[in-house]
Design a binder for this molecule. Structure first.
Ligand SMILES: Cc1cc2nc3c(=O)[nH]c(=O)nc-3n(C[C@H](O)[C@H](O)[C@H](O)COP(=O)(O)O)c2cc1C
Length: 311
């Protein structure tokens, strides 16, 4: 079984990844947040500043988004030439301003177009290409239609977040609907969605024993020790607090070296505390109170929390 770290647009950027994976290792690969596929004439190394030059400690899979087969094929081939063995296509983002333009999850109802994209990429370059999708935008029948079209292509793998686009992040991952994908898919398959505990992981892999990989997302942000726990490491609360506090200090130092202004640093950290507060543990009201703090007050409150969160 392989483990991937999910992409988080605006959160799991290079600086965060490098600090986080220095402290919480064990993943086989990390997927970078998406960038738009662009025409060949716009491609230059600096466009991929979050992923290139490579500085990640773990194998990194860049992710692209778009709906133009030629642009996607050119962007994937360019990334391959920059040294990335694998490239992923985002078919999962549910944000209306993106799906309205038939991109990401908004492309899922159009299996023909997705097949054209896959066909063009496979024809253009030896890059190992994969799809990260949901069950569908409106209905789980969409993923089945797509799988039936792409099953015979030499795709590297298919990653499925077991929700519909219209659900956004609400409700629960639908493992029953994922089962149909599992039965139809002849490509290596990765499960994604709502793995928050070791028990969640065990029940997913018990239900779907032939998965190639599981992708962990919010579960890792809500408990950075999740993968170690899944891999049987029992870690005492005392050690967790010690390790988390050191990680958090390193993250603040990295942000302080890179960002010119404290407001940017605090805003970035606030995005993270929307996940960290689960283990802190803070009530919703406690989180709102924390998020209202500014500058040094926020930094010192969160450093104190980091030292005594795990109980
Ligand atoms: C703030 C945020 C940003 C995300 N950015 C991306 C992204 O850039 N690309 C992508 O494929 N998925 C993105 N996702 C989806 C996650 O990668 C993942 O598929 C989703 O959270 C479900 O997995 P989980 O339940 O384990 O978190 C994002 C999710 C969130 C909450």
């Amino acid at each position: 079984m392989k483990f991937y770290f999910a992409p988080f647009h605006g959160i799991s950027l290079r600086l965060f990844r490098n600090v986080f994976f220095n402290h919480f290792g064990g993943f086989d690969a990390v997927m970078a947040p998406f960038v738009a596929a662009v025409p060949a004439s716009h491609l230059k190394p600096s466009y991929f500043s979050d992923t290139y030059p490579l500085s990640d400690t773990l194998p990194l899979i860049p992710q692209i988004m778009g709906n133009n087969a030629q642009d996607i094929a050119d962007t994937a081939a360019y990334l391959y030439d920059l040294g990335f063995e694998k490239v992923n296509l985002n078919l999962g983002c549910p944000m209306p301003k993106i799906t309205r333009k038939r991109r990401a999850c908004g492309l899922m109802p159009f299996a023909d177009e997705i097949e054209q994209i896959v066909d063009r990429v496979c024809e253009t370059s030896p890059v190992k290409f994969s799809l990260k999708m949901r069950l569908g935008m409106f209905s789980a029948e969409e993923s089945i239609a797509i799988l039936n079209r792409v099953n015979n292509y030499p795709l590297d793998e298919v990653i499925i977040h077991a929700r519909l686009g219209i659900q956004q992040y609400e409700g629960e991952a639908d493992r029953q609907a994922f089962r149909t994908c599992y039965q139809v898919c002849r490509l290596p398959l990765c499960y994604n969605g709502d793995v928050f505990t070791k028990e969640d992981f065990c029940s997913v892999t018990w239900q779907f024993p032939n998965l190639r990989a599981v992708m962990l997302g919010r579960g890792m942000l809500q408990n950075p020790f999740l993968l170690e726990e899944i891999k049987e490491n029992m870690i005492s609360a005392e050690e967790k607090n010690k390790r988390f506090a050191v990680f958090y200090q390193d993250l603040i130092s990295a942000y302080q070296q890179y960002f010119p202004c404290q407001t940017i640093i605090v805003n970035r950290l606030k995005e993270l505390w929307k996940y960290f507060y689960h283990f802190a543990p803070l009530s919703d009201a406690g989180l709102q109170q924390l998020l209202r703090q500014q500058g040094d007050a926020f930094l010192s409150a969160t450093c104190q929390l980091a030292e005594k969160s795990f109980i």
